[in-house]
Design a protein around this ligand. Structure first.
Ligand code: ADP
Ligand code: ZN
Length: 432
């Protein structure tokens, strides 16, 4: 194993030992913040509560509402003069949350991020273009500092502006990029429209993440851009990117267990789920001083993958995020995740790379409508073929989600594309 950091090659015992000491230190540090002083203090929790990593279960959960309630500084555990950076979540599901870091926190985060990039084969000699939005969003500076830490020539291209992205990629022979999956597909298709073959461009590695995407979408990105695409998972509350990352095996994401404790719980009861079952990911920071967070309910749904990874790393792997518990919507009594729809759609070669799920009322009945982009080579004049495809998609979706959707076939690049995270569901039920 070619490691960036010695922690990467730790045995499970070494990880557990470090988790125990670091969890104790985290509690000690957290007790310096107004929020945890009250919350942990009330329960009589001290560093001595922890005898091993499993004792994390003795600690109370922290929710997004707790973070919002303590806005702006209720979780800060150091004097303000020690803080050097502030980030905020994207606010995908409501008002954003801010997270503050000390210089040591930023350095540790950059190390974690560099470790992820090194794991998938990026080296000092690579030229790295970060195509995610900068500013408060952690996908900008978080990835940027990791790439610099690794020693890459790092281009803070930011999101959007396809022409400029292309110019930089060509002029500087960019070999690795970070890009949101929805933007990767959009960019690739735009280039083809303009007569550029994206596969002929220099990048060979793409880090993709920040939003849920299916395995099918990963494969489409790899084929469209001629790259290997690696799934990058993170959230602002746990720094941002660099929390869990795929290795070369592309089979699950290693959670860096020397820096975080990950648990998977039943979202209803909060109890741990049996090994290998899906549930909500709960995360604890182990090395952060500015703003430690204990047992954070991420609302992201995944599971631990059983068995050892081919790469030899012992840090446990999580499955790709199948959705956020907030994304779940209910139509005609059926629980549906957007990712189920994406998976079913992407199995059709005729289907393009963008889609939109619309929930509406028609004649007082709930209706699920899916607008699906169709590849130009299939978007033929032959009505019968299109009607056949429409029916086939509707059937396939009904088998998957138990509701028969209405399918609209639309031309490629006609559905809206956002610069940030893709918005897959439009709920019009309130106003119809
Ligand atoms: P927000 O929760 O407002 O979007 P963040 O910018 O902190 O704020 O984004 C973190 C969230 O993004 C995660 O909790 C998760 O839902 C999603 N996310 C991040 N990376 C991935 C990924 N690789 N796959 C799926 N979802 C992801
Ligand atoms: Zn691995």
């Amino acid at each position: 194993m070619d490691c960036f950091a010695p922690e990467e090659a730790w045995s499970q015992d070494a990880i557990a030992a470090a988790q125990t000491t670091r969890l104790r230190m985290t509690i000690e540090q957290a007790l310096r913040s107004p929020f945890y002083k009250e919350r942990l203090g009330r329960l009589g929790i001290t560093p001595g509560t922890i005898a091993g990593p499993e004792d994390v279960q003795k600690l109370p959960f922290t929710t997004k509402d707790d973070l919002r309630g303590a806005y702006p500084t209720g979780f800060v555990a150091v004097p303000q003069s020690e803080l050097v950076r502030l980030h905020a979540s994207s606010g995908t599901t409501g008002s954003p949350v801010i997270v503050c870091h000390t210089q040591d926190d930023i350095n540790a985060w950059a190390d974690l991020m560099a470790r992820c990039m090194h794991m998938v084969g990026i080296r000092k000699s690579d030229v790295f273009q970060n195509m995610s939005g900068y500013g408060l969003f952690t996908g900008g500076l978080g990835i940027h500092y990791g790439a610099e830490r690794l020693g890459c020539l790092t281009i803070p291209a930011g999101a959007g502006n396809t022409r400029r992205q292309l110019k930089l990629i060509r002029d500087l022979s960019v070999t690795a990029v970070h890009i949101l999956p929805s933007y990767a597909l959009y960019l690739g298709n735009m280039l083809i429209d303009e007569g550029v073959d994206p596969r002929s461009l220099p990048p060979r590695i793409a880090l993709i993440g920040a939003e849920p995407h299916s395995e099918e979408i990963r494969q489409r990105i790899e084929y469209l851009l001629g790259v290997k695409a690696y799934n990058s998972y993170g959230l602002s509350e746990m720094n941002g990117p660099g929390v869990a990352f795929e290795c070369l095996a592309q089979n699950g994401l290693h959670v860096w267990e020397d820096a975080f404790i990950a648990e998977i719980v039943d979202p209803e009861t909060g109890a741990p789920v049996p090994e290998g079952e899906f549930g909500e990911l709960v995360m604890t920071t182990l090395t952060r001083r500015g703003m430690p967070i204990i047992r954070y309910r991420t609302r992201d749904i995944t599971r631990f993958l059983p068995g050892e990874c081919l790469c030899g790393r012992k840090h446990r792997r999580i499955d790709r995020i199948s959705g956020r518990s907030d994304d779940l919507f209910i139509v005609k009594g059926c629980n549906i995740y957007p990712m189920q729809i994406e998976q079913a759609l992407m199995a059709f070669p005729e289907v393009g790379d963008n889609y939109l799920i619309i929930l509406e009322h028609v004649d007082n009945m709930e209706q699920l409508r899916v607008q699906v982009e169709i590849r130009p080579d299939y978007f033929v004049e032959d009505m019968r073929a299109l009607v056949g495809l429409q029916k086939a998609i509707a059937h396939r979706l009904r088998d998957e989600i138990l509701v028969t959707p209405k399918i609209d076939l639309v031309q490629m690049n006609s559905l809206p594309v956002t610069e940030g995270k893709a918005k897959r569901v439009e709920d019009r039920r309130q106003n119809s």
